[in-house]
Write a protein that binds this ligand. Sequence first.
Ligand code: THU
Length: 160
Amino acid sequence: MKKLSLTSTVEVYSSIEELSDQDAELLAQAKKAIDNAYAPYSKFKVGAALRLANGEVFLGNNQENAAYPLCLCAERVALFYAASKHPDVPVKALAISAKSGSKPLTDPVTPCGSCRQTIFESEFRNQTPIRLIMQGETGDIYCMNSIREILPLTFTADFL
Ligand code: THU
C-alpha cells in the first residue's frame, strides 16, 4: 500500500483592499446579489457573481422551496443563467458571499459539493479554469484559481 497526498493552494487575503480591482468588484457584486435571495426556510442568503470571458457579469442567489430538496444554490443559479444566455463563452471568475439569519459569518463561504461539481463542469466544458473569490459577511477572503483545488480526484466526462 502507498498513500497519495493531495494538496491544494488557497490564497488568503485579510481585506477587500488587498484584492485586485477585478476580484474586489466581483465580490462586491456577489454581496449585492445576496439581497435578492429567496431563503425564507434556512434564512441563509447566498449571493454569487460571475464574470464571463466577454466581460459580462451574471448574478445569482439561492432560491428555496417549501419542498426542501428543490432549493437551488446561488452558484448554480448564476452558472445556469449565464450558460443559458452564452453557452459558448467561458466563465473566468466566480465570487460567493452570504449572510446568515442566525450569526455573523466571519469565515469564507465555500461552495457545497453539488456546486463544486457544477463549477467543474463549466471549467471542463469551456476548457477554462474559473477563479473563485469567497468571503462571509466579513473576515478573510479565500481565492483559488480553479475548483480543482477543492474538488480533488474529480469525476470528469473523461471517465465516460
Ligand atoms: N447554499 C448556497 O446557495 N450555496 C452554497 O454553496 C451552500 C448553500 C444555500 C442553499 C440553501 O438555500 C441555503 O444556502 C442553506 O443551505
